[in-house]
Write a protein that binds this ligand. Structure first.
Ligand code: ATP
Ligand code: MG
Length: 230
């Protein structure tokens, strides 16, 4: 039986206008993503990778085109529902970790769950499980300043996966890390994908990262120039 696609993107366009100049950051992109894929989005600087990730992650809207997740017309949802969907169903990891310095690792992870109205006990249990998945259970009480860059990023990954997101989005998650720490992050992603079936869409510049993924989509000038399973 054919596995149904989770994400369907059709003829997606994103134009930026500044003064008289229009930049076609995405210029007609179509593809499908199935549950359980681990996708690398690659391409030269300015090719549209971040633009695409931001639209897929509901952090931005396309100028034109269709985008559905599990047949839900995600682009045209009312603003409030879009925000709710983004907060509860999607996970994000960025280059700069975006951790709160005054809070311990575990507090950084469970704060969102508390804000959603879950009980503190439940929030802590969920956060501990996420910390365990990234191999940092022993550092749950450290504040970000007491962690290495790689550890900070693993905390950010734990925060992103604590809510069991449908899709985990990562925009150059290893950009500020050395090779050793990059490998650790990529190993965590690979385990999340293989063991827990986590769907992952990751933007990267580094071709050696592609040995961890199941599919590579290459962009050039806002268009897909290759899309291969590996
Ligand atoms: N807010 C914006 N306003 C105007 N133009 C933008 C804006 N954001 C991005 N662009 C332009 O859109 C194009 C795609 O940018 P994008 O950030 O998606 O590239 P990228 O592939 O992520 O590059 P990098 O590898 O450098 O991160 C570029 O030409 C960029 O200058
Ligand atoms: Mg980018």
């Amino acid at each position: 039986m054919k596995q149904e696609s989770m994400i369907n993107i059709k003829n997606l366009k994103r134009y930026y206008k500044s003064g008289q100049v229009i930049t076609k950051a995405l210029n007609g992109v179509s593809f499908e993503i199935k549950q359980g894929e681990f996708i690398a989005i690659m391409g030269a600087s300015g090719s549209g990778k971040t633009t695409m990730l931001r639209i897929l992650g509901l952090l931005d809207k396309p100028t034109k085109g269709d985008y559905t997740i599990n047949n839900l017309d995600i682009v045209n949802l009312p603003e409030e529902e879009r925000n709710y969907y983004r907060l509860t169903q999607l996970g994000y990891v960025f280059q700069d970790y975006a951790l709160i310095n005054e809070m311990s690792a575990i507090e950084n992870i469970y704060i969102l769950s508390l804000m959603e109205g879950k009980s503190k006990v439940q929030s802590i249990i969920t956060a501990q499980a996420a910390l365990d998945k990234v191999g940092l259970s022993d550092k749950s009480e450290r504040i970000p300043d007491q962690l290495s860059g790689g550890e900070k990023q693993r905390i950010a990954v734990a925060r992103a996966i604590a809510k069991h997101p449908k899709i985990l989005f990562a925009d150059e998650p290893c950009a500020n890390l050395d090779t050793h720490n990059s490998e650790q992050i990529l190993e965590v992603f690979k385990t999340l994908n293989k063991k827990f079936g986590q769907t992952i869409v990751m933007v990267t510049h580094e071709s050696w990262h592609t040995k961890y993924v199941s599919r590579i989509i290459k962009l050039k000038d806002g268009k897909i120039v290759s899309d291969v399973k590996v």
